[in-house]
Ligand binder design. Sequence first.
Ligand code: HEM
Length: 393
Amino acid sequence: MPAPLPPGSLSLFSSLRAIRQRSFYREEAKKHGPIFKTTQFHHRVICVADLALAHRLLREQASAIAPCPQDFSKDVTGDFVRFMAPMNYKLYGPMFRRAFAKPVVSASTAFAARLIGEQLALMTVPQDPHKHLTDLTRQIFARILFGLEPGVPILEKFRSAYAALANKTMSQRLGTAGLAALADLRSMLRTPPTGVSAINDMAQQLDGTLNDTVIDNLLFTLRISTNDATGLLVWILEFLGRDPQWLDQLRKKEDPTLPSRIIKESLRLARSEFLYRKAAQEFEFENFRFPQGWLIRICIAECHRDPKHFTNPDTFNPDRFLGPPPSDQIYSPFGIRDHACSGPEFTALIATLVIEELQNYDIVLSGPATAQRGFRHWSHWRPSSKVALRPRS
Ligand code: HEM
């Protein structure tokens, strides 16, 4: 007899609740245990809301579990790195990791610090901070990835062509105009600006021959990473604005680990939500059947709020990261095992510099202390507050 499916509802009603109610996956895990099923419109999904189990699942069932590509990857030559076929990933995965590491990223520190100083100073009237911080993050990451900064000849051409990529969501294909813009971007980046950048590091690793797989991946990394890092920055503004004692503590400069603890705590509470995989073939795990074709959602956000591992899990408290780092069996904001994030250095650079600069301001929040998101299961939650920065005298 085959094992049963995990418990949980496949109704349209619960699919809608999953979109609208931030506590949905947590409540389902409480009701059914850490492995349960749900639906995302026409997709059937098995959720795993326990990181130790998720590690074991991905290890034991490695051959039966596949990546779950998003539509945009079809426009990327050779696929986006996160979804690459194993042979390609074996070659490119480590190369991108090297190109995104500290020696390359830190070459843009001075540029990033200057831009953050200039741009935060403009946030004086109450606003949804997302757009402003997206522009800021994109400029910094374009500098790290491609060496783009004022004075570089291709900057304006790059900006206007890149707009056709930037305005698409992850589930949208580029379309004719977007593909034409991608072709333009490829040809202008075949000879990148000189200096330390990820693209020049890749060129060096490939003995000078940049190919479309590399260029496309870097362009789509710019798109995705801008979104991920901006999502974190708006939450940092929200947490520090709601609880200004942390800014007061930062200003005292007594503990150099506080900025990184603020980043870790913001990631824990708000900006590491899920991983998706697909059952490439049917298998059994923990006495449940995982049918072929079903999605697997690793519920990172829910693991990060598990009261077994985090005291007062809903409270913003960077001090919980004093002492030794938590094991990856309970805290994994950048993913687990294969395909874990290669952008922690990018994230640390921008978030640390923003936290540094915020110490010159009072963060004034207005509007409800709630979270909102787009009408999709894969959208990320973001705060609803409007934000103004008031310079401290
Ligand atoms: C708040 C910031 C970020 C978070 C929470 C985050 C989270 C993640 C997670 C969870 C994964 C694994 C996805 C999976 O296994 O399906 C991932 C992969 C990835 N991330 Fe990030 N990310 C962030 C920022 C960035 C940045 C700034 C970059 C810029 C380089 C980046 C580049 C990547 C890449 C290239 C992958 C695929 C890695 C591979 O397959 O080898 N991420 N990220």
